[in-house]
Design a protein around this ligand. Structure first.
Ligand SMILES: C[S@@+](CC[C@H](N)C(=O)[O-])C[C@H]1O[C@@H](n2cnc3c(N)ncnc32)[C@H](O)[C@@H]1O
Length: 278
């Protein structure tokens, strides 16, 4: 981890319980049964929500009983969606224990606990013995993790031969070096933000073949701008449910992200890669 950075510095991660209040407001009180098709509208902590997870399911052709690892699962939203749609066996690995336990309880309420295993751990430390996954997926999590070269090789070693990966991640933008990097790293809990070619070359150096790659900068700038506008429009409703401190914290985070995309301090990548040699 970079000096003095803490995952809770990123204001998006302030309240793991907020989703429980959100569900209650939608009429699903604590302990009630849930449908992942409904929950997926509010449990995805990345851009374009379940639509992006469906892209991963299609791109990797994830099938029933396939083994899938999600690195940095948050509330486990993508993991539940993959399991619910495909009946694959998904391991949802998450660093923050509060997000992990709230996610686990939602999975149970969705009746998906025989498909999704929640695991609280730091990916850098996590032991998998000799297990190999058919697929590894990750949304907006890898840039949080230090030691990129080490964790990229670790992902490679965890994927079975002919296995595939789908990643969406933040990367450095064209004007990254003009930004206040101490502030950017703290706001985003950015521990391994690299430029696009370093990102791809790192995967190739670990042994992956890149199948497809897309720069997401303009798409995610548009998405995050609209997200901020919708959030501001719904201020009253949000504040009644979560309080004004939570409103200010989320407004701060959503505005910062828009600013970082607007100034090209950050950019984004979506990619699919394959392991075709041992
Ligand atoms: C932006 S959230 C995305 C969550 C989920 N992928 C989704 O899209 O809904 C990124 C997550 O990565 C987790 N994370 C950060 N560093 C990690 C690490 N070293 N090991 C496991 N998870 C990590 C964070 O705690 C956070 O919940």
């Amino acid at each position: 981890m970079l000096a003095n950075l803490n995952v809770k510095d990123m204001k998006l991660y302030a309240e793991a319980d907020s989703i429980v209040a959100e569900l209650s407001a939608l009429g699903f009180g604590p302990g009630t049964t849930l449908d992942f098709n409904e929950v997926c509208k509010i449990d995805q902590l990345h851009y374009h929500g379940a639509a992006s997870v469906q892209l991963a399911i299609d791109a990797l052709a994830i099938k029933k009983n396939a083994s899938v690892l999600e690195i940095g699962a948050g509330w486990g939203g993508p993991s539940r969606f993959i399991a619910g749609k495909t009946e694959a066996k998904v391991t949802a690995l998450e660093l923050q224990s509060d997000f992990n336990s709230v996610g686990e309880s939602i999975t149970e309420r969705c009746g998906l606990n025989s498909f999704v295993t929640h695991r609280q751990d730091d990916f850098l430390q996590a032991e998998f013995e000799n297990f190999k996954f058919n697929h590894v997926v990750s949304w907006l999590a890898l840039y949080h993790i230090p030691k990129r070269e080490f964790f990229t090789k670790k992902i490679y070693n965890l994927v079975s031969l002919d296995g595939t990966i789908f990643i969406e991640d933040l990367i450095q933008g064209k004007a990254y070096n003009d930004a206040d990097l101490a502030s950017l790293n703290k706001e985003l809990f950015a521990n391994s933000l690299v430029d696009e070619s370093s990102y791809l070359n790192g995967l190739i150096a670990a042994g992956f073949e890149i199948v497809s790659t897309e720069n997401m900068a303009s798409d995610w700038f548009a998405f995050t701008s609209e997200r901020l506008n919708i959030f501001l429009t719904n201020k009253e409703k949000f504040t009644i449910l979560h309080g004004s401190d939570a409103f200010q914290a989320k407004k701060h985070f959503y505005s910062k992200i828009v600013g970082f995309f607007a100034t090209s301090a950050i950019s984004g990548i979506r990619l699919v890669a394959k392991k075709n040699k041992v």
